[in-house]
Design a protein around this ligand. Structure first.
Ligand code: AMP
Length: 189
């Protein structure tokens, strides 16, 4: 497809907004890796690594893994060669401190963020979608806690990115295909 390459893109949105699905589609279109910190942590838990052991309980409760540990995880991942021509970050940053860490990492590479795609949908849709996924950590209380944590810690990042002119607001309550088209329009426009 015709979208420009070398893009550093963040996907921001509540759990259940569809950002994981969209990250995978867009990454294929742009030929850059989709980096999901949630997937990386789930993999670590599955592998029984030291990191996995540390984060397992926090994830199961729907809380956030600490900023310092996440900084290590993301620094290490973004140091890999496949990110040289850009990347999509799905699920990072999630706190003000993480947003600063990301800015620092990118500054050191002399690149900046190109777009922050903010995908949102009404709360009942988010809960229904999350329940539909039926992952071990997706029982209703955990879903609600994840949403509460999102509203408290992550949603406040939206304004900062808006002020920097990076925010692209995407209506997530549509078909996968329609949301994907809105995203392509937003990053090409
Ligand atoms: P996700 O699949 O992105 O919803 O992430 C699943 C879980 O992994 C979250 O509920 C958190 O416990 C943890 N997690 C993923 N990314 C982060 C992050 N950037 N900061 C803190 N915790 C995270």
């Amino acid at each position: 497809m015709a979208a420009a390459e070398n893009q550093c893109i963040v996907l921001l949105g509540p759990p259940g907004s569809g950002k994981g699905t969209q990250a995978a589609l867009l990454a294929a279109d742009l030929s850059v890796p989709a980096i999901s910190t949630g997937d990386m942590l789930r993999q670590a838990v599955e592998n029984g690594s030291e990191l996995g052991g540390t984060v397992k309980g926090v994830m199961a409760a729907g809380e956030l893994v600490g900023d310092e540990l996440m900084a290590e995880v993301v620094r290490e991942r973004l140091a890999m060669d496949d990110t040289q021509h850009g990347f999509l970050l799905d699920g990072y940053p999630r706190t003000a401190s993480q947003a600063l860490t990301l800015d620092e990492i990118l500054e050191r590479r002399s690149v900046g963020l190109d777009h922050v795609l903010f995908i949102d949908a009404p709360e009942p849709v988010l809960v229904a979608r999350a329940l539909d996924r039926r992952r071990a950590d997706d029982v209703r209380e955990v879903i609600e806690e994840r949403l509460r944590v999102y509203r408290a810690k992550t949603q406040p990042l939206v304004n900062g990115y808006r002020q920097r002119g990076l925010l692209r607001e995407i209506e997530g309550n549509h078909s996968v295909q329609r949301v994907a088209s809105s995203i392509l329009e937003a990053i090409q426009g």
